[in-house]
Design a protein around this ligand. Structure first.
Ligand code: URA
Length: 286
């Protein structure tokens, strides 16, 4: 037994059209419930037990949907915008109206963005208290200070003195444009860019590679997306369980789970494996 919802809501949730389009379709006899033509779109149906068809094809009801998008530059992480295309507009075909991006990536940032209608999961992934690792690949200009890794591991202050939690910096390549991986557990406005600014460096390219247990599918080109697999969904949900990890002093700490990040390996980062969370200090106030 599922939830009892109106037939028109059932079909609009599944991206089959607006309420008035569904009403028109019903008038024309295109909708059936359990094998009977149904013209009353305000009647209630059970999201699991009732079989709803449109034009003869079964429409299964999915309560929660999850998509992984490789966000391209020039698209905003929002559901509506007057100036730029939005990430939800990149989803084509049948799409439900209640999908939203989990967190924001800047207009010029690429990479992993989760789109869902599951508010609880979104909250858990975004809350700083949940300590979910977000790993970014960045190209930066400027000379990184010798102690950049330590400064970030200790928890630094941004130029405007805002404190940020400890972060794990891994250097892939040093040069006039350096390539680095940074794992943070917060999502302050322009946080990665501002952390490098605090070191007198400038981010010239930024891509998110992972969020919790979810890794960007390397086969997705910018602008492409796919539904999460069942395994990815289960891992993401389970990643809120507690686990014990060690901080940079080697002391044990309780930390929300997130699987070991193999970002360095995955991104071909010269075998630099970022152990997600290995830098974390006491849960809650670091
Ligand atoms: N930090 C940034 O500076 N920009 C992003 O888009 C994400 C994290």
């Amino acid at each position: 037994m599922g939830r009892q919802i109106r037939l028109d809501r059932f079909l609009t949730d599944m991206g089959k059209g607006s309420r008035s389009q569904i009403r028109q379709a019903a008038k024309k006899g295109r909708i059936q419930v359990n094998g009977q033509i149904e013209k009353q779109t305000d009647r209630k149906v059970d999201t699991i037990d009732d079989i709803v068809t449109l034009d003869g094809s079964r429409v299964p009801y999915q309560t929660w949907e999850y998509f992984m998008l490789n966000k391209p530059q020039g698209v905003v992480s929002a559901t509506e915008d007057r100036r730029y295309p939005t990430v939800v507009e990149l989803l084509h075909g049948d799409k439900r109206k209640d999908l939203f991006p989990v967190g924001r990536l800047d207009l010029d940032t690429e990479g992993l963005l989760l789109l869902t209608n599951d508010g609880e999961l979104a909250h858990n992934l975004l809350s700083p208290k949940k300590h979910v690792d977000k790993t970014y690949f960045a190209k930066i200009e400027g000379k990184l200070p010798e102690d950049a890794i330590e400064q970030m591991a200790k928890g630094m202050r941004l130029k405007d003195q805002t404190p940020v939690q400890p972060a794990k910096l891994t250097i892939g390549k040093l040069g006039s444009v350096s390539e680095v991986f940074l794992t943070i557990q917060e999502g302050k406005f322009h946080q990665v860019k501002r952390m490098f600014e605090a070191l007198d460096c400038q981010v010239v390219y930024l891509k998110r590679l992972s969020m919790g247990s979810l890794f960007l599918d390397e086969t997705l080109q910018p602008g492409e997306y796919r539904p999460l697999t069942q395994e990815e969904i289960i891992c993401l949900k389970n990643s809120q369980e507690k686990r014990t990890i060690r901080n940079s002093d080697g002391q044990k700490n309780n930390q929300k789970a997130g699987r070991e990040s193999k970002i360095g390996e995955k991104a071909g980062g010269q075998g630099l494996v970022s152990s997600a969370g290995a830098f974390a200090k006491e849960s809650g106030d670091f």
